[in-house]
Design a protein around this ligand. Structure first.
Ligand SMILES: *Cc1c(COP(=O)(O)O)cnc(C)c1O
Length: 396
């Protein structure tokens, strides 16, 4: 194979994870590892734990960080909370709730799923019904994905907490914020989430490789009483002063250096400013997609405007249009890397990631590249997208 020619300029990364890694984070990660007795190791862990707690909005939850991806963090929650044969209610959102449900079943749990309707957020009434019917309280946890990255839909977590409270159901509320943390507003304690699950490579702007969970006192008690065998994921084993035990072995130092730097960037900008910036950029994306839609060939996958994610937008294409072709032209000719459809949405949508280290000019470049890719392929698109996106960014 002949080497491909150098491409001038840079490629815009608009996958909803992994996301672009800021220079400050890459530089922090390029430092040398430390010996495990170096006092800077403990300081690094402490800064990451404290920073994650602050970003998650929790005062007292225990934070456990793993050398793992988001699936590892899912497994940590399942392994600690769910005993053999226990029941878990998984709120249907689409591809990500289904993947979590399958993983939970594979680990021996009985999973109850609520149905989901394509294009719509979690059916809270269906959740409430299942909880009310479970009078013997066999369900140990409600698992809910905040933003389903495949559909670009963000669900109303407060309504789920309310459903648990209204049913007076003691199930733990376990929330996946992998795609929403650092993009959408979230506060664990104020919400009343018992466990939160996250990963490094999306809103946190760190390369893939870190998964984490935060567990409150109720979740820690459920875990302590759970006899299911576990080792690497075990919260009791990791709940230690010693870094070697906290990480069940050698800690992923350079990723933690990256996390420390990314949290510093987020707090320096301000958490509110970060979520406001994501809101504004998402509004620009949504303005462009709604203009493109006017020619009838593409449309929003999410049918509920308020539920459209601030992190990722899924665009449904009409039958006969290949989103993978749009994706490859956007990437190869216009240097804009976007994502494709997952699970049942493969071949039906393309997805624009707009989270993390992102600004107004970057999103205009991204939208321009996607529009150009569609035009280059003769796909009918409303031509007012760029102007409307600019109006949003210019006028708030
Ligand atoms: C990306 C993602 C995951 C899985 O994370 P991996 O790091 O790919 O294992 C889980 N949940 C949500 C909502 C995600 O966006």
């Amino acid at each position: 194979m002949s080497p491909s020619p150098r491409i001038p300029g840079h490629r815009f990364l608009h996958s909803p994870g992994p996301t672009r890694v800021p220079d400050e984070v890459r530089e922090a990660m390029s430092r040398q590892p430390m010996d495990l007795g170096d006092p800077r190791v403990d300081a690094l862990i402490a800064t990451c734990e404290t920073g994650l707690k602050r970003l998650l909005g929790t005062a007292d939850a225990h934070v456990f960080i793993y050398s793992a991806n988001g699936h590892g963090a899912w497994e940590a929650a399942i392994a600690n909370l769910v005993g053999p044969g226990a029941a878990v209610l998984v709120a249907g959102t689409g591809h990500f709730s289904e993947s979590w449900a399958i993983q939970t079943e594979a680990m021996g749990a009985r999973v109850i799923r609520t149905p989901y309707v394509e294009g719509y957020p979690i059916d809270v009434a269906a959740i409430a019904e299942v909880l009310r019917a479970d009078t013997r309280h066999e369900i140990v946890a409600l698992f809910a994905v905040h933003t389903d990255t495949a559909s670009g839909i963000t669900s109303d977590l407060r309504a789920l907490r309310q459903a648990l409270d209204d049913a007076r159901h003691p199930a733990l509320f376990v929330v996946d914020v992998v795609a929403s943390l650092g993009a959408a507003p979230f506060a664990m304690d104020a919400l009343g989430a018992n466990v939160v699950v996250g990963a490094s490579q999306k809103g946190l702007m760190v390369p893939p490789g870190l998964g984490f969970v935060a567990a409150d006192v109720h979740a820690m008690a459920v875990a302590a009483a759970n006899p299911a065998p576990r080792f690497y994921w075990d919260w009791a084993r990791r709940d230690s002063e010693f870094s070697y035990r906290k990480f069940c072995g050698t800690l992923p130092q350079n990723l933690l250096m990256g996390l420390e730097a990314s949290l510093k960037l987020i707090f320096h900008e301000g958490v509110q400013q970060v979520t406001d910036r994501h809101r504004l950029i998402a509004n620009a994306v949504h303005a462009a997609v709604s203009a493109w839609s006017e020619a009838g060939a593409v449309q929003f996958f999410c049918q509920v405007p308020e539920a459209r994610s601030v992190a990722v937008t899924a665009v449904l294409v009409s039958p006969g249009i290949d989103p993978e072709a749009i994706r490859s032209v956007a990437r190869e000719r216009f240097q804009v890397a976007i994502a494709g459809g997952l699970g049942p949405l493969a071949g039906r949508v393309f997805r624009i990631g707009h989270l993390g280290d992102m600004n107004a000019a970057m999103i205009l470049g991204c939208l321009g590249g996607i529009e150009a890719a569609m035009i280059a392929q003769g796909i009918p698109v409303g031509r007012d997208g760029m102007r409307r996106a600019i109006d949003v960014l210019a006028c708030g």
